[in-house]
Design a protein around this ligand. Structure first.
Ligand SMILES: Cc1cc2nc3c(=O)[nH]c(=O)nc-3n(C[C@H](O)[C@H](O)[C@H](O)COP(=O)(O)OP(=O)(O)OC[C@H]3O[C@@H](n4cnc5c(N)ncnc54)[C@H](O)[C@@H]3O)c2cc1C
Ligand SMILES: NC(=O)c1ccc[n+]([C@@H]2O[C@H](COP(=O)([O-])OP(=O)(O)OC[C@H]3O[C@@H](n4cnc5c(N)ncnc54)[C@H](OP(=O)(O)O)[C@@H]3O)[C@@H](O)[C@H]2O)c1
Length: 246
């Protein structure tokens, strides 16, 4: 399939390493939670990588949330783009990290590290999660508090549904009073996350989506399996739906 040319409308720099790229491009309809690909020519070779949509399906421009990885070929080039520069985009998004893959349940837990907050923002900008789940908990785990980005968007969710929704930030590498400290799997094992959320994670009531650092996804899945939750598969519905970023 061919690529289409996107034009960078804005690069929002959140921290030294974190940024969002807002891109104008003619793309096909997609589902919240799906990812596209961005591609640039680097030293004569075309280099493309997957990036989740942060924008809702009906929202424009396209919004991608990125980190520059040390020595990462593409992320460092994308971080240097300025408004008016072009980047190639796939016309069609892919991926099954979408709410329609989840069985119904009472509670929805969305657990992310770093830039994997993105697909959850896209999902929460649609009506489906608010209509389908009684309680929604969004966890964003980062190393430092300055990496807790998209606060304006998060405030809108909080204002939309103050009883239904809770945003729970985690900071692992400095003291943090505004949420929880440390890592997600340990906080589940110790009961700290559920205490903070005022909600238990159970096979009866919970659907859990995990996105980002594969070690977090793996360690958290192991803890949740000990609690009786199972991976969600098309042929055998369960409770845990995952997407690894590398
Ligand atoms: C389905 C999917 C969706 C993705 N969506 C996003 C997204 O929305 N935003 C985003 O920034 N990246 C996303 N990624 C990762 C992205 O595709 C690239 O790998 C990343 O931008 C680094 O590219 P690179 O060429 O600079 O380095 P690469 O050679 O691709 O990666 C080098 C190393 O960097 C680390 N790394 C890669 N991505 C990340 C990350 N996001 N956070 C922390 N460490 C990382 C890993 O250790 C990896 O081995 C996604 C990956 C997948 C598979
Ligand atoms: N963010 C920065 O300030 C920074 C600085 C230098 C380099 N980098 C580079 O940027 C990339 C990392 O980006 P990032 O900070 O967004 O992502 P990250 O390394 O995935 O860290 C995000 C969060 O995930 C946590 N985590 C890591 N492994 C986990 C596990 N097994 N279980 C549960 N939680 C886990 C981290 O906790 P821990 O802190 O406990 O690991 C952190 O809170 C790497 O390539 C790194 O070399 C980032």
């Amino acid at each position: 399939m061919g690529w289409v040319t996107g034009v960078v409308q804005e690069r929002k720099q959140w921290t030294e390493r974190l940024f969002s790229l807002r891109v104008d491009a003619e793309v096909e309809p997609f589902k919240a939670g799906q990812f596209n690909r961005l591609r640039l020519e680097i030293d004569g070779e075309m280099v493309g990588r997957p990036y989740s949509y942060v924008n809702a399906p009906d929202e424009r421009p396209l919004d991608f949330y990125l980190i520059t990885v040390p020595d990462g070929p593409l992320s460092n080039r994308l971080a240097a783009l300025e408004p008016g520069d072009t980047v190639e985009v796939m016309p069609r998004a892919t991926g099954f990290f979408t709410l329609d893959e989840l069985p119904d349940s009472r509670d929805l837990w969305l657990l992310s590290t770093g830039t994997a907050l993105g697909p959850f923002l896209s999902i929460l900008k649609t009506d489906a999660p608010w209509e389908r789940f009684q309680n929604i908990r969004l966890i964003h785990a980062v190393r430092q508090a300055e990496e807790l980005t998209y606060q304006d968007t998060l405030r809108q969710f909080q204002e939309r549904a103050p009883q239904q929704f809770q945003y729970i930030p985690f900071v692992s590498r400095e003291p943090f009073a505004g949420g929880l400290e440390g890592r997600v799997p340990a906080a589940i094992a110790e009961g700290r996350l559920e205490h903070h959320a005022g909600l238990k994670i159970t096979p009866e009531h919970s659907q859990v989506m995990l996105c980002g650092n594969p070690a977090m996804v793996q360690d958290t899945t192991a803890i949740l399996k000990e609690r009786g939750l199972a991976k969600n598969r098309r042929r055998k519905p369960g409770h845990i739906t995952t997407e690894n970023y590398w």
